[in-house]
Design a protein around this ligand. Structure first.
Ligand code: PEP
Ligand code: MN
Length: 336
């Protein structure tokens, strides 16, 4: 249950009520300017002692609460810059591209130039890589963050980059415009809490073994701590199929659109794991009316230090962007 307290209620009183009801206390979100109490979804009736403090309240079926369309039916807006809002109801889909890993300044400058050519506003690149083997390239760390920031600022781009564990979350928060929580980190509560206790936008990837319910509940940790700027990202789940790296769950995307009010981004690159399918999956996802596409692109994919098989080159990206632009009017979307 979500209870909007009357805006006249101060912090001390709100805190006392939260303690009495074992509720989470949040302040000032997109949907309410006063204090908000979130009780377990098992609570189905407004507790009698809260009636005098409550402006209104919503009973919810599950612990998907802030993110639920039953709480707010409008899609949330996540503002990255004055003129860059992901989500909302204006039918925009934002392209985000860049390499799997930041490898050098020259590499990021090449991709920044590609972004400028195609009016792409958001560049990606990982600096702390959650690799499956300890012997693989682990990322450039802080040096990578500095490269991304410097090149992005010189080209008026925004940065999305991932956090692997809670040890460097503050560095990522400081350098990124959008903090990416990777699939393997979806359950890292140190990261979820650090991201919830600040206000920069967060793109939360679905763990590849997580149900949709578990995925959105992870987002609830961030939302309930008071950061409303959460974007969900479907990036493929593990199934019995081995021919592709993962299986892109487009049914899941439909479910999220129907039940959740958060913006939705699809990452086709990690889902299929091979560059041959990235363009088709991007177009299929775009046709579903998603809010963004996160695509891995590298100047020389076969030499990439991570995810070499799935990254596309500039030429493939250019063809893909052109085909998406052609599709946009037919599906009532704006590609940005
Ligand atoms: C990535 O974006 O490079 C990445 C590691 O993604 P995921 O967390 O989805 O595997
Ligand atoms: Mn990758």
């Amino acid at each position: 249950m979500i209870v909007h307290l009357k805006t006249t209620i101060g912090h001390d009183e709100a805190k006392r009520l939260a303690q009495t009801h074992q509720a989470i206390l949040t302040h000032n979100t997109q949907w309410h300017t006063g204090f908000i109490l979130t009780l377990s979804s098992k609570v189905k009736e407004l507790p009698a002692d809260l009636t005098q403090y409550a402006e209104d309240y919503v009973v919810l079926d599950t612990d998907i609460q802030f993110a639920s369309r039953s709480y707010q039916d409008q899609k949330a807006e996540v503002r990255i810059a004055e003129d860059l809002v992901i989500g909302g109801e204006d039918n925009s889909t934002w392209l985000m591209t860049g390499p799997c890993s930041v490898e050098s300044k020259a590499q990021i400058e090449t991709i920044a130039a590609l972004c400028k050519t195609h009016d792409v506003r958001i560049i990606r690149g990982g600096c702390y890589k959650p690799r499956t083997s300890p012997y693989s390239f682990q990322g450039l760390g802080l040096e990578g963050l500095q490269i991304l920031r410097e090149v992005a600022d010189a080209n008026d781009l925004k940065v999305i980059t991932e956090v692997r564990d809670a040890s460097h979350v503050q560095d990522v928060i400081e350098h990124a415009d959008i903090i990416q929580i990777g699939a393997k980190a979806m359950y890292d509560h140190g990261i979820l809490r650090a991201c919830g206790n600040q206000s920069k936008p967060v793109l939360l990837k679905r763990g590849f073994n997580s149900t949709l319910q578990e995925f959105v509940q992870a987002a609830e940790f961030i939302l309930s701590l008071g950061n409303p700027n959460v974007i969900l990202c479907e990036r493929g789940i593990r199934t019995f199929e081995k021919a592709t790296r993962f299986t892109l769950d487009l049914c899941g995307v439909s479910w999220l659109k129907e039940h959740c009010n958060l913006p939705i981004v699809v990452d086709p690159s990690h889902a299929i794991g091979y560059r041959f399918g990235v363009a088709d999956l991007s177009r299929a996802s775009f046709a579903m009316g998603i809010d963004g596409l996160l695509i891995e692109c590298h100047p020389n994919p076969s030499e990439a230090k991570s995810d070499a098989a799935q990254q596309i080159n500039q030429e493939m990206f250019s063809e893909l962007a052109a085909s998406l632009r052609k599709m946009a009017p037919g599906i009532g979307r704006r590609l940005k």
